[in-house]
Write a protein that binds this ligand. Structure first.
Ligand SMILES: Cc1cc2nc3c(=O)[nH]c(=O)nc-3n(C[C@H](O)[C@H](O)[C@H](O)COP(=O)(O)O)c2cc1C
Length: 244
């Protein structure tokens, strides 16, 4: 299926443009629910996002029950998007799943046999690369070693601390979040990513594991009346795009 999708030549760029351009952060939703099948498909598409070493360090905690939704909306500082959305999704980046996922990347390899280079990567290189050791000591040792060997040749410069691991997980998870927003839009639904929330309360309400960071809460549903607050604008591209 993936290979076939990759070979598809009849991709309509106008449709893609339409999806990207029509996505807006919506702050007021109607109470129309998102059908389960559509939400499931959007989450499947989210999980097709590119991610570091295919270690899939994300999790999606979907809140639909009204009672919990109200409490989660309250923890989202009572923002209109959270108060009106039929679905709230905690988008969680996890730093503690990579070891298990490294094993599974080999065990669940889709081909007949695992290529030796893949096996070596997940069994030897990934554990070396992502382990930080107690109190980050191993990460620090790798950083110092890298600084010395890096004088002569290019070397990886991280992630070499627990904090860098959080950035590592957040990068891939944010890409999944964008896939999710665009997939919702493609189905005619809308969303609002939110970082305005009380993380302490959200972690408890969503039962987020200790190694999890809710990188954003996503409010999702159908755009309601006056759901878009203002015209979309961006700064001049010449300040941000540099051809070297
Ligand atoms: C990481 C992140 C956090 C955001 N947090 C909030 C938020 O807490 N509340 C809100 O109303 N919008 C939030 N937004 C939406 C932005 O304000 C919005 O994307 C931006 O103003 C551009 O508008 P557009 O998404 O309609 O293009 C957030 C967006 C991102 C990517």
């Amino acid at each position: 299926m993936n290979t076939q999708a990759r070979m598809t030549t009849d991709i309509d760029v106008d449709e893609f443009r339409k999806i990207v351009r029509s996505r807006r952060s919506v702050r007021r939703f109607t109470d129309e629910p998102i059908p389960d099948a559509i939400l499931d498909e959007c989450l499947d598409l989210a999980m097709l996002a590119p991610n570091s070493s295919n270690l899939q360090p994300w999790e999606f905690r979907v809140v639909r029950t009204p009672a919990l939704r109200d409490r989660v909306a309250h923890a989202c500082l009572g923002q209109n998007a959270a108060k009106t959305a039929p679905v709230l999704i905690g988008i969680v980046a996890r730093t503690g799943t990579w070891r298990d996922h490294s094993r599974r990347a080999v065990d669940e390899w889709p081909g007949e046999s695992v290529p030796p280079i893949v096996e070596k990567y997940y069994r030897k290189i990934a554990p070396l690369h992502y382990s930080q050791g107690p109190l980050g000591a191993f990460g620090l040792a790798k950083k110092m070693l890298g600084a010395v060997t890096g004088l002569r040749k290019p070397v990886p410069r991280g992630p070499y601390s627990p904090c860098a691991m959080r950035v590592w997980a957040a990068k891939s998870t944010a890409l999944a979040a964008e896939n999710l927003m665009l997939a919702l839009r493609a189905h005619g639904f809308d969303s609002c990513p939110m970082e305005g929330f009380d993380a302490w309360r959200i972690n408890r309400l969503l039962d987020v594991p200790d190694d999890g960071d809710v990188i954003m809460m996503l409010a999702a549903g159908r755009c309601g009346e006056k759901g878009i607050y203002s015209q979309q604008y961006r700064f001049n591209r010449n300040e941000f795009v540099h051809y070297l």
